[in-house]
Design a protein around this ligand. Structure first.
Ligand code: 13P
Length: 234
């Protein structure tokens, strides 16, 4: 299983440093295949334990230059970062990133061999129309995305399950992942209100290769419970 924590705009450099030190102490008991943490830019730092991989929550698709407020390849590479989240629903819906821009970002970081966590997921009004509508919506989010890219990890994160405390049901997760599996060979993660209570069921599903976790990842002792509950996929 891939276990990934997305801190979003939470934690400072200092609290993240303390987090990573504490989190490292739980790793010997982990059953996860791969562990990723995505801190905010101001907390990007090398982990004490190399088994924790650090990724960026975002990046501007340029080597460097006049992009006020953005972080480019040069800054990420200098920190040893080669993993990035692209297409997260908060960037699609709050920051208003378009599919065209997201695809450009994807191409840029693909060209630079980054491991790309590519996020897709539908809003509630689309889910209410049923699976076919969901798949059509996700298809649009896959436009101009190279699904054959070897360093690709896809995260299915239904917007209505993110930060709400209400995870998608295992049935919803499985039917969606099963359908996505027909066109995506890359690992498929689920994200949306994952916690220690619902993770075991999610990990047991043959259609799920891991989880991308927001709120529940913010405390090292809590998040570490998922490391134990995880199963080895190899
Ligand atoms: P929550 O786990 O807080 O629902 O967030 C999920 C998410 O958006 C991870 O990228």
């Amino acid at each position: 299983m891939i276990i990934a924590g997305n801190f979003k705009a939470n934690h400072t450099f200092a609290t993240c440093e303390a987090y990573l030190a504490e989190f490292a102490s739980y790793i010997d008991e982990s059953n996860a295949d791969d562990i990723y943490i995505f801190p905010p830019f101001t907390a990007l730092q090398a982990p004490l334990d190399k088994r924790i991989r650090i990724g960026a929550q975002n990046g501007y698709p340029a080597e460097k230059g006049s992009y006020t407020g953005e972080i480019c390849l040069e800054q990420l590479s200098a920190l040893g970062i080669d993993t990035i989240l692209i297409g997260h629903s908060e960037r699609r819906h709050i920051i208003k990133e378009t599919q065209e821009f997201i695809a450009r970002k994807f191409e840029f970081f693909k060209r630079n061999n980054f491991t790309i966590f590519y996020c897709v997921g539908e809003p509630i009004e689309v889910r209410q129309k049923g699976l076919e509508s969901v798949l059509r919506y996700i298809d649009d989010q896959l436009e101009n995305i190279d699904l054959e890219y070897p360093n690709l990890i896809v995260a299915y994160e239904p917007v209505w399950a993110i930060g709400t405390g209400i995870s998608a049901s295992l049935d919803d997760i499985e039917e969606t992942h099963k359908a996505l599996r027909e066109k995506i060979a890359a690992p498929l993660l689920y994200g949306g209100s994952v916690n220690a209570a619902n993770a075991e069921g999610i990990f047991a599903s043959p259609f799920v290769d891991g989880v991308l976790v927001g709120n529940f990842s913010l405390k090292a002792d809590e998040f570490s419970k998922l490391l134990k509950l995880s199963t080895v996929r190899g």
